[in-house]
Structures are given as structure tokens and as C-alpha cells.
Design a protein around this ligand. Sequence first.
Ligand code: ADP
Length: 184
Amino acid sequence: MEFTINGTCIVVLQGDITKQDTEAIVNAANSSLLGGGGVDGAIHRTGGPQILAECKQIRAKQGGCPTGEAVITSGGNLAAKYVIHTVGPVWRGGSNDEARLLRNAYWNSLNLANEKGIRSIAFPSISTGAYRFPIVEAAQIAVKTVLDFVVEKRIPEEIRFVLFNDRDLRIYQKTWEQNLRSNI
Ligand code: ADP
């Protein structure tokens, strides 16, 4: 699925985040910035040791990355030039600020990309793996946050949502359709 809002091309597809040729890809990292499973493991495996070395430098400077914030490294051996590492919230039932923190993760990733002049960025489904955020709610937050950002800032040129399986893809597609209908 592909469409344009306010000059930004939005693409929703099934695939592997590490294979994306956008200028930046987003890592669903953890606060330690030392790597993990899921998206994080795949990015470090494919991108090579350079990314972890830069994460360690960031850790030495600021002691990791708080939930909802984002930091940037190079892309190492990836096709993407940059990796934006953001930390989504762990789902703890929904009344522990999870929604706001997930919104922050998307918003702050986009803001950081903007500060670096990055023109295209690919997101995985942050927090819906090991962090157990229910995907329907997470998709709604992801879509709404990206919509708000694009309407307010009119950048970047392309935002890609890369879903790992067919079910997640359908949920994100449906969420976009619903939000577009109610915004037009
Ligand atoms: P979190 O810890 O934020 O929940 P995970 O990496 O565990 O992050 O999972 C986030 C989502 O990314 C899950 O839906 C998972 O299926 C998906 N995922 C795992 N590997 C990849 C990959 N290589 N590319 C895209 N999505 C992936």
C-alpha cells in the first residue's frame, strides 16, 4: 500500500527492516543500547560491529537511551546510511504511560531524522514483539503519530512501515485506511 499525505509518501509493506534502502531505518532497541533479539538482533547481525561500537560510545556519554527517546548511529554494512535506535515501552497492562511513551518513540525518531536532514525512513512495529504491546493499539498510535508529524512538519519525503508477517501487515493497512477516511 502506498499513498501521499502533505507531500510525504507513505509505504506499508511486508518485509525485513534490515533490507530496506531508505536513508535511515529505525531499531526497536532497549535502553542499554547493547543489542537484543528481534529487530535489534537482526540489525546488529546484518549491520556488523560498527553499529554496536557507536552505541557503546553513546552509552559512555549519556548512559543508554530512556524509553521514548531516540539516538542515531551509522548503518554499518546495511543499505541504510543511518540507524535510529528508539526504545518503545514494555507493555504492563496499559495504565503505565505505555501509549504516550510509544507515541514519543515514533515522534522523537522522526524529529531526530529531521534534524539530520534524513529524507526517507523505515519503521518496524515498535514494542509489539518482546515488549508485548497489543498490535491493534500499537498500530493506531504509530499511524496517528506519523500522521500528526507529517501534517505539522511536511517532512520527510518517505516513511515506510515494514511489517514482518502477514497479520501485522493487514492490521497496519487497515489502521491507515481508517485514519485516512476520518482525516479527509
Ligand atoms: P520490541 O522489543 O520493541 O517489542 P521486537 O524486535 O521484539 O521489538 O519486535 C517488534 C516487531 O518487529 C515484532 O512484530 C516482530 O515480529 C518484528 N520483527 C522482528 N524481526 C524483524 C525484522 N527483521 N524486520 C522487521 N520486523 C521484524
